[in-house]
Design a protein around this ligand. Sequence first.
Ligand code: NAD
Length: 441
Amino acid sequence: MDVAVAAATAAFAAWSATPIKERVQIFFRYRALLERNIDELAALITEEHGKIQSEAEAEVLKAIELIEFACSLPQIVTGEVLEVSRGVECRTERHPIGVVASIVPFNFPSMVPHWTIPNALALGNCMVLKPSELVPLSAGRIAELLTEAGLPAGVFNVVHGGQVVVEAICDHPGIAGVTFVGSTRVAKLVYRRGTASLKRVLALGGAKNHLFVLPDANPDMTSSNVVASMSGCTGQRCMAGSVMLAVSETDHIVRRIVEHARAVVPGHTLGPVISLEAMQRIERYIGEAEAAGATVLLDGRNTKVPGREGGFWIGPTILDHVRPDMSIAQEEVFGPVLAIVRAPDVDQALAIENASPYGNAAAVFTESGGAARYVTDRASAGMVGVNVGVPVPREPFSFGGWNESRFGVGDITGRGSIEFWTQAKKTTTKWNPQAGANWMS
Ligand code: NAD
């Protein structure tokens, strides 16, 4: 960590003094390299993580979109200037904060690092990236391609490791800012420890996302979106819908959801979960819910994929009549599991959603604009969808949740990240003492 921070510190003076229009030229070239190498990069993600090829490719495409936003930053971060008194001018401009660190989780080995790398670097900071020890390969390739694009040595550094390295980041006096993406348990640790050593910290945590399904929802669109939300990326997404709030009479939609979920083929359209431990945790949640009275409509336990029997497989699993007090309805399961909770009306469904300590995402499925607005106004989540099961805001809109899904101020991507990666310098100037004679002159 000391070597990486020393390299970043040494690079900072020249990098931060490079005009932003020059800095982003590297990211134009880097974007082209990602596009050219997308097959290889996607294969690397599949190798280290296990996700299916189409999901790995989608992740690289999203990384490209994030880089495009960074390339547009020169048009966005222009400062302000105003004559505030006769002959006296105030101006603001944005400066980088210094050496920053980005700590990332296992579930998106390329996309989540690209939430922070392009914006932080284009805005003039130098970075130490700490990948998840479960997926260490993409980070090294990212560093190689950044170098190939022309990034000067020391501007971007990778340090592998787990808890010990994260704690060293939080404590290191040479690091000015830290972003974290991962579970809420660790987000709290990093936020507390990083701010205790007076760094700015933005820590994104876990999630429990609720999908409100109203009786008038379009059955086809709703069922395919709900299944994609709960089982896409094998449910290992912080945006995965894991609780469906079935409002009033929605049996016809529940039946369609089960049909759609049955069509998902493990090993083909569904990847494995990350580890044996994860598989056992997910199976435990399903078993406990069943024992507590939930009805198993579709059971993904004991899934076998021919030729890949050693994989950590769980097929799509749907539980009905889950009660809000069950652990499967309250805790993050992080697998392809949907818990259906029945609610007699929208207000009771909202009360269940609002009681969750998390607040990443929520979505409502309905054909009524008024009902959709009623729910989106009242859901306690930072990212809400209407007939969209994974309501990820796309650039230039910012990504970030509420409550225990995010600690710190601002969002991690898009316009919302600019404040985090920079500090404003306010300059007041007078060149003409004859211009006026008031208290400022
Ligand atoms: P995690 O919290 O276990 O690990 C995240 C990072 O913290 C890794 O780099 C890991 O090495 C490090 N780490 C793990 N334990 C630590 C400890 N005790 N002390 C210090 N550092 C530690 O998360 P994960 O399992 O890799 O990822 C899944 C979690 O990430 C889920 O909870 C998911 O919701 C969340 N996530 C959130 C978002 C978001 O935007 N809110 C995005 C992606 C993932």
